[in-house]
Design a protein around this ligand. Structure first.
Ligand code: HEM
Length: 542
């Protein structure tokens, strides 16, 4: 293995040299699954070895190094550099113009589908296809993310956040924030996706019912919590009766989730055949949009242009997969940042009180109020700027591609990964100023000519948290509405602060929390705080 890796490394190094860019050589491939289990532990141990601890291996050869590095490597090496690994060469880019070009040339810099193949648990979906197949799926799925979906997300988020706040404020200190915002996000998805409402229930100190066959929500939760395991072992393997109970439960959850989707699918088909309109949710909208597309394309071309049943299930799964932890982890980061910055909580509640005055939460109106919550929105943008949850990868596949980086034309060989360095792009002083590493939501707020506050749009290509171009996130508005509604409930009349340890002063507790965010966040599947429970939070009324 070592000889084979060394030979591959040499071949890749020779190929990388032709790019004429700075190079960093790494001994282990980023995608090596065995290495991914131990990478952080091994590299952090190696860092402790005197005189040898700081090198390319310890700096770059682990998942999530970008979060710690931010724009340091690009400041040292320029807007483009290459990491050579035995598997492939990885070209990192931090130039807004070059990145816009990469996103624009979708077929030259395509999606490395092999990385997403595992998301095909319930069927082919947006994330696992490219080319014409993707175009068809995207056209049909895009129509489901509309204003009526946003309205459902708004109402459901407000209801759930109100109950979550009631629970948090009843406790002296809350250690379950991360789990609770995951529950909120899962329940919003259940309502918007399948039309099923669930009351908020914290998992703090409660025994969780792990029988997935009992209900759909539990099955979806188990599927999402174990999706890496399901993807790695495959649903067929998990169905073996001799497996341990935990794995059998995961299998039952897959079966229950699939059964639930089938029953809603059948229900919707029956309603459609009778000309009845059932409840609007992502699944029913998807079925409807697919039927309409099938009808339109059979009239115009004689072909069947709708989604197959398994593509519908595949896409429902990917909506849940892509929409669950992205928003939940972002909410966790934002609440932690706010707890460490009381003056920004005051700034936020000024807006909330001006917009809602004495209206109760059940009178808040999506169309009238949501667009006015500029500061809540700014908190979201600033949080995903510094802690961008979703990494994006492109590659050159089998062809050579030319790309302009600054005044240099770079010829990129086939089989090269092309990575937008989001952590660098979003913190580069050229785009974000000297305080680029500071969490400062006010940087997103500008005054319009009539004196009203509005959200600033950064120059194109400098902010890509929801990606760019045709393949950008279809759930962007969904996540924004969920986040803003939750912030509004939490911060209108309440304040959060870190619990004090022993004789600690407020300022020390806040500093400790900021340090936890900075040093204990990492890429697991997505970027997240690893141990937010280590800084319990206290809620108090203004
Ligand atoms: C803070 C929240 C979110 C962020 C930062 C985010 C970010 C992203 C990014 C960067 C991509 C592109 C990934 C790639 O090209 O490899 C993406 C794709 C996607 N996102 Fe999101 N997302 C969020 C929430 C959501 C939500 C709530 C949903 C659905 C309910 C969703 C559904 C999707 C889907 C289906 C794709 C695949 C699109 C395609 O390939 O055509 N996302 N998201």
């Amino acid at each position: 293995w070592a000889t084979y890796s060394a030979a591959c490394l040499l071949i890749n190094y020779r190929s990388a040299r032709k790019l004429g860019l700075p190079i960093r050589v790494l001994p282990i491939s980023h995608g090596n699954p065995f290495w991914m289990i131990v990478d952080r532990k091994v590299t952090s141990l190696c860092r402790c070895i005197p005189f040898v601890g700081d090198n390319n291996f310890t700096r770059y050869n682990w998942r999530g190094w970008e979060v710690e590095d931010k724009c340091r490597s690009h400041l040292e090496m320029g807007d483009a550099y290459v990491q050579v690994t035995p598997g492939r060469n990885w070209l990192y880019l931090c130039s807004s113009e070059s990145l816009l070009e990469v996103f624009r040339r979708r077929s030259d810099f395509s999606r490395p589908l092999e990385l997403y193949e595992l998301l095909r648990i319930f069927g082919s979906n947006l994330a696992t296809v490219d080319g014409e197949k993707w175009k068809k799926q995207r056209k049909i799925t895009a129509s489901c993310f509309n204003e009526s979906t946003s309205e459902v997300v708004w109402t459901e988020s407000i209801t759930l956040a109100t109950d979550m706040l009631k629970f948090w404020s009843s406790k002296e200190a809350v250690s379950s924030t991360a789990d609770d915002v995951r529950t909120l996000s899962l329940h919003v998805l259940s309502k918007a996706g399948f039309g099923k409402s669930f009351k908020f229930q914290s998992q703090d100190g409660q025994s969780v019912d792990t029988n997935p066959a009992l209900n759909y929500k539990e099955s979806l939760k188990i599927v999402l919590d174990n999706c890496v395991l399901i993807m790695a072992l495959g649903t067929k393997f998990l169905s073996r009766p001799w497996l341990p109970t935990k794995l059998q439960n995961v299998h039952q959850a897959c079966v229950a989730f699939q059964r639930h989707m089938t029953s809603v699918y059948e229900e919707e088909k029956r309603a459609h055949a009778k000309g009845l309109s059932s409840d609007r949710n992502l699944l029913s909208s998807l079925i409807r949009a697919s039927n309409e597309e099938a009808r339109a394309s059979s009239v115009s071309t004689g072909s069947s242009g709708g989604l197959t049943e398994s593509e519908i299930y595949g896409n429902m799964f990917v909506f849940n997969f892509a929409g669950h932890d992205t928003t939940a982890h972002t909410l966790m980061f934002a609440i932690a940042f706010l707890a460490a910055n009381p003056e920004i909580q005051t700034w936020l509640s000024e807006e909330l009180r001006a917009v809602f005055a004495n209206r109760a939460a059940d009178e808040w109106d999506y169309h009238r109020d949501y667009p006015r919550l500029v500061r809540c929105h700014a908190v979201l943008m600033e949080t995903v700027r510094l802690y961008t949850p979703v990494p994006v990868a492109k590659w050159t596949e089998t062809s050579t591609q030319a790309l302009q980086v600054g005044n240099k034309s770079v010829i990129i060989p086939p089989n090269t990964m092309v990575i937008p360095s989001y952590a660098a792009l979003h913190t580069h002083p050229r785009y974000w100023g000297e305080d680029s590493l500071e969490w400062r939501p006010a940087r997103w707020v500008a005054k319009s000519t009539d004196g009203k506050e509005e959200l600033k749009s950064p120059p194109r290509g400098t902010f890509m948290a929801w990606s760019e171009g045709d393949r950008s996130c279809p759930g962007k508005k969904f996540s924004q509405v969920e986040f803003v509604a939750t912030m509004a409930v939490l911060f209108k009349d309440w304040r959060v602060s870190p619990q004090l340890f022993g004789k600690e002063r407020d300022t020390d507790a806040r500093r400790r929390l900021l340090r936890l965010i900075e040093t204990d966040s990492a890429q697991v599947l997505l970027l997240q705080m690893l141990h937010p429970e280590r800084a319990p939070l206290c809620w108090s009324k203004i």
